[in-house]
Design a protein around this ligand. Structure first.
Ligand code: FAD
Length: 322
């Protein structure tokens, strides 16, 4: 069998996660280096897995798309997805398994790693080749240090950090295999889910306006307004989340989400290392803080030493007029 790189693709009710396309692009780059092909595996129901999703995967470089279908997979249970992926991996014998660094991706990667006793590289920024070995680059110590590692056995699992790979189209002819898949043994029973579709996914937003403890919980409307003016999303530091001013889903950082937007605006955030770990791969960082010595300024491309309550309305007005 020809060598292949298997990419697990995530979607929400048939809409592809951007990081999954990034994982396909990363898979394509690795495949070129090791003369392999890219197999994208997407799992769901007949209703959610649609033609435009398959076409997008081929457009971004998937040589083959495997669509695993089961009517009970409307709610993608992580243990069922792991079971299905394990079967697929046994069948495809890939050289490497890649997935996007979402909460779900991380969970499935950890489950797979235990189940397969396979090596795992979390949070990869890049995958290169050293001789015949793949080398994985990932941040450690909250992004202060970049570490590189190799796997001692194959296949290993690489989880790519959101926004670390530029999306580049690499169109392939769609080669689709649709399969009915078994869920296997699962220990979880799905009860319900609530999705706020009115909000842009924080990890996919091009602009993130984040509020910290310095907002005193009184700036949510201001943050929201600026985020809306940019067409972006609101994020928060743990300082603000712990106070109950923002939901945990908005927390950015080591124990929150990792974001890599084009623009990150930190408002009333001091810049603790655990916060920086979640946003220091943003392309441009603007910090608004009234303390000129706040550590966030050493991470910022542009710093505004002022009261956020004075600055945010001015910024919003300016952006609205552009
Ligand atoms: P503070 O550090 O209190 O900073 C508030 C800032 O607001 C100050 O710099 C102040 O000058 C400024 N300010 C006050 N008023 C105004 C105003 N009116 N206008 C402008 N500026 C103003 N933190 C995270 O964010 N994410 C994580 O995922 C995370 N994980 C953690 C994991 C562990 C194991 C640990 C130990 C900690 C973690 N933390 C995390 C917490 C982290 O260490 C910090 O405590 C937290 O980030 C501080 O939040 P903050 O910057 O909002 O608050």
């Amino acid at each position: 069998m020809a060598k292949n790189v298997l990419v697990f693709v995530e979607h929400l009710d048939g809409k592809l996660k951007k990081v999954s396309l990034e994982a396909v692009c990363q898979g394509q780059r690795v495949a070129e280096k090791i003369q392999a092909t890219v197999t994208a595996v997407v799992i769901g129901t007949s209703e959610t897995l649609n033609a435009s999703l398959f076409k997008d995967l081929a457009r971004y470089g998937a040589d083959r798309v495997i669509a695993g279908k089961n009517p009970d997979l409307a709610e993608s249970m992580p243990d069922a997805l792991t079971n299905i992926l394990c079967t697929c991996i046994a069948d495809q014998a890939p050289a490497l398994i890649i997935m996007g660094g979402t909460t779900r991706g991380r969970e499935i990667a950890s489950r797979l790693c235990t189940r397969m006793e396979a090596p795992l590289a979390m949070d990869c920024l890049d995958i290169t080749l050293d001789g015949n070995d793949l080398v994985f680059t990932r941040p450690v110590y909250g992004g202060k240090v970049l570490s590189t590692l190799k796997f001692k056995q194959s296949p290993g699992i690489a989880v790519v950090r959101t926004g670390s790979i530029k999306l580049i189209e690499n169109p392939k002819e769609l080669n689709l295999t649709e399969l009915d898949v078994e869920m296997g043994k699962t220990d979880l029973t799905f009860i319900s889910k609530s999705v706020d579709t009115s909000k842009i996914d924080l990890t996919e937003a091009d602009t993130v306006i984040a509020g910290g403890f310095g907002t005193g919980g009184k700036a949510n409307a201001l943050l929201e307004e600026l985020a809306n003016a940019f067409g972006g999303a609101v994020g928060a530091s743990r300082g603000a989340v712990d106070e109950g001013w923002h939901p945990i889903a908005e927390q950015v950082g080591q124990t929150g989400k990792v974001v890599s937007p084009t623009l990150y605006v930190a408002c009333g955030i001091s810049g603790a290392i655990q916060h920086l770990a979640g946003m220091n791969s943003s392309r441009m960082v603007v910090a608004i803080n009234k303390d000129p010595d706040a550590p966030i300024f050493s991470e910022a491309d542009l710093g505004i030493v002022d009261n956020l309550f004075d600055i945010l309305p001015i910024l919003t007005d300016k952006i609205k007029t552009i």
